[in-house]
Design a protein around this ligand. Structure first.
Ligand code: CTP
Ligand code: MG
Length: 220
């Protein structure tokens, strides 16, 4: 029997920095960020679980999607999502990244199947420096620097172990690959994509609104 894959989508945040309400449920060119994430992941998985704010569980989603209530932190939300599936592999992808090229998701999943753990990560395009007191302190060699994105792919048991360890050891990480790395296990890096930018602040929202039309024209 072939390995089962679940897409897990954390969409339970309150979108405080954007300041427009539950971020995942906002529409870009008529389609919510969440629905965009769902559409991108659907071709790759056997099941899909979405975590929503507990007062949004009535939000209408395609029938194939299971809904659960998220936790108070992203980490807690992902743990709940993990506990809601028994798939062999999971792809964790933030609803806050609405433009996910299929190729990236495919490559992340392949690497997860091969190495147990993987994430999309983007080489730095800008010059990177350390700042001190508002001034240029020191140049960072950017050749080995990567900005970590989602999707991230895992052997489900491995990620569950990382989350359980995080609870006992009080680890906090902004993403799941960070917890697996903390466990001392390798995380394969797969080429990310600038279109995978995270909608975090009003400037990102403006970009996302403009880009949605381009994306939708290319992905009919
Ligand atoms: N998320 C979640 N549960 C939480 C917090 C965040 O499912 N308790 C999700 C968000 O919905 C988002 C992703 O994790 O898809 C990345 O989080 P972020 O961009 O920080 O979104 P918010 O937490 O909603 O935004 P903010 O931090 O500005 O409040
Ligand atoms: Mg947040």
């Amino acid at each position: 029997m072939s390995a089962r894959v679940a897409a897990l989508i954390p969409a339970a945040g309150s979108g405080e920095r954007l300041g427009m309400g539950a971020k995942a449920l906002l529409e870009l060119n008529g389609i919510t960020l969440l629905e965009r994430a769902i559409r991108c992941l659907a071709p790759l998985c056997d099941e899909m679980v979405v975590a929503l704010p507990s007062d949004q569980l009535g939000f209408e989603l395609p029938d194939v999607v299971r809904k659960i209530a998220g936790g108070t932190t992203r980490q807690e939300t992902v743990k709940r999502l993990l506990e809601a599936t028994d798939a062999d592999f999971v792809l964790v992808h933030d609803a806050a990244r609405p433009f996910l090229p299929l190729e990236v998701a495919h490559n992340v999943l392949s690497a997860a199947k091969e190495f147990g753990s993987s994430t999309a990560a983007l080489p730095a395009a800008d010059t990177l420096v350390l700042e001190k007191d508002g001034n240029w302190e020191m140049l960072i060699d950017r050749s080995n620097v990567r900005a970590v994105q989602t999707p991230q792919g895992f052997d489900r048991i491995l990620l569950l172990e990382a989350h359980q360890q995080a609870v006992t050891e009080h680890w906090e990480a902004t993403d799941d690959a960070g917890l697996v790395a903390r466990l001392g296990r390798p995380v394969a890096l797969v080429n990310g994509d600038p279109r995978l930018f995270k909608v975090t602040k009003p400037g990102d929202w403006a970009l996302a609104q403009a880009f949605a039309r381009v994306w939708d024209a290319e992905n009919r």
